[in-house]
Design a protein around this ligand. Sequence first.
Ligand code: 2HG
Ligand code: ZN
Length: 387
Amino acid sequence: MVGGSVPVFDEIILSTSLMDQVLSFQDVSGALVCQAGCVLERLSQFVEERGFVMPLDLGAKGSCHIGGNVATHAGGLRFLRYGSLRGTVLGLEVVLADGTVLNCLTSLRKDNTGYDLKQLFIGSEGTLGVITAVSLLCPPKPQAVNVAFLGCPGFAEVLQTFRTCREMLGEILSAFEFMDAECMQLVGRHLHLACPVRESPFYVLVETSGSSAGHDAEKLTAFLEHTLGSGLLTDGTVATDERRIKMLWALRERITEALSRDGYVYKYDLSLPLERLYDLVSAVRARLGPGARHVVGYGHLGDGNLHLNVTADAFSTAVLDTLEPFVYEWTAGQRGSVSAEHGLGFKKKDMLGYSKPPEAQLLMRQLKVLLDPKGILNPYKVLPAHA
Ligand code: 2HG
Ligand code: ZN
């Protein structure tokens, strides 16, 4: 997404793919300790066989490594329910730039003994140390999962549906994702996935995860009756079996893939106040006019995270200049974040100043110098060249 793991000049690449062992699993607490090269989907299978789930899930689960997930502080599709890796990671083993092995691989829920060092490495994108093992807390596997796929007549209704969802579904709400009509057209055209509801300007995917199927179904039915009756939705469908749940999730999870088949893609990943979240997509659409093939908005609405993507026939500096710095300035004007979940990597490092004040940037630089005085760890990434 941001080239965080892409070598650009003279880097040496470390692969952790042979470090793929689960080291321990505590089946009362759900604490999993594993090596950094474990593939997320394999860990999911491992803990699910034992009645738990991984606290994170994302489209790349079949190939991404847990060490990379933690190093990049991946967000993904379960964030709304289980929170960030900053909360679910219990401990880390990290190799520092001078070769010191920092063993903070605890599985304790509580450890208030001074600075929480593991937090430095979560989201550092490999610039402060190499994560070699991870301890994290897995929640119990929900007994009942339902997915509702809904059509909404406008973005105001998407927001109102989210409010109603939180009020009426409460603790069983586990994901609230949205996509606009252009996303649906693209997954239809490039991936041949059919829209399961009546064509609408917006679509919402609501997932519930709870401990009692009957109770959850009752709540979901009441929610759907209310929202359909009050004009918040144009249409809706519900899936309770795994195959159909996967099919509905694919419409949302595979948008990135559909976009990449559409042409050159300009990608933005922003945190914005919910009320203004889609205004940026409309503003960009108006600015670009026929200069773009598609301007789409989708993302983790429940987390205030917009994925704004623009496709065009090919890369052009004219389109880029229309997009930037406009998108970043607009976001900073809302006190948003220019990278909600994808990090800074190589492509976004010079945008840091839009989301962090100079004092914070300086402290980041000082930490980098302290931990990596020779600048050998993922060089050219995260920190702006000039800071
Ligand atoms: C998602 O939520 C990913 O699907 C990718 O974070 C977003 O491609 C993107 O812009
Ligand atoms: Zn995302």
